[in-house]
Design a protein around this ligand. Structure first.
Ligand SMILES: [Zn+2]
Length: 164
C-alpha cells in the first residue's frame, strides 16, 4: 500500500540512456556495412549533440560510393565523416570542454584528435572490435597522452524496447 509513494527503481541508468541514444543515432546511417552512433553529454547529464557516420552535407548518399574495396576514390573512406566528428561538428552551442562522449565503436585516430581538441574528457564505448589496428592503437596513445579517460559500456540484461 505505502509503495505508491515510492519512486520507481527499475528506471534505466544514465549510461543505458545515453548509449541507447548513441545506438539509436547510428540507426540513421545509410552505410550498408557499418552503423556507428555518438552522443555527447555535459558533465551534468544533458545531451548536447548526436551524430552518425555519413557523407558531408550536399554529398548525396546515392551518388557517393559506399564500397570498401577498389580504387580509393570509389570507396567510402575518403568521404565518410565518422559519428564522433559529426557529433562534435553538429554542436552549435559553444564549448564541449569537459563533456562526455558515448559512442557505439571505439574512436579511430582521426576522431581521437577531434575529441581531444574539442576538450571532451571521457569516452564511453560499446565495442572495440578494431583494437588491434594501427588506427585504434594510435587513438589510445593520443587519448592516454591527453588525459582523456575511456571505459567500456557495461551491458545490462535489460531489454530496451522502442515500440510504442
Ligand atoms: Zn573516426
Amino acid at each position: 500500500m505505502g509503495k505508491k509513494n515510492e519512486k520507481r527503481m527499475d528506471h534505466i541508468t544514465w549510461d543505458e540512456y545515453f548509449m541507447g541514444v548513441a545506438i539509436l543515432s547510428g540507426m540513421r546511417s545509410k552505410d550498408p556495412n557499418s552503423q556507428v552512433g555518438a552522443c555527447i553529454v555535459s558533465q551534468d547529464n544533458k545531451i548536447l549533440s548526436m551524430g552518425y557516420n555519413g557523407f558531408p552535407i550536399g554529398c548525396s548518399d546515392d551518388e557517393f560510393p559506399w564500397a570498401r574495396e577498389g580504387d580509393p576514390l570509389d570507396t567510402k573512406y575518403l568521404y565518410v565523416t565518422h559519428s564522433e566528428l559529426n557529433a562534435i561538428l553538429n554542436y552549435r552551442g559553444g564549448s564541449l570542454e569537459g563533456a562526455k562522449l558515448y559512442v557505439s565503436l571505439f574512436p579511430c585516430n582521426e576522431c581521437a584528435k577531434a575529441i581531444i581538441q574539442a576538450g571532451i574528457k571521457t569516452i564511453i564505448y560499446a565495442e572495440d572490435k578494431y583494437a588491434q589496428t594501427p588506427s585504434v592503437v594510435a587513438s589510445k596513445r593520443m587519448l592516454d597522452a591527453a588525459g582523456v579517460r575511456y571505459y567500456k559500456y557495461s551491458r545490462t540484461d535489460r531489454e530496451i524496447c522502442f515500440r510504442v
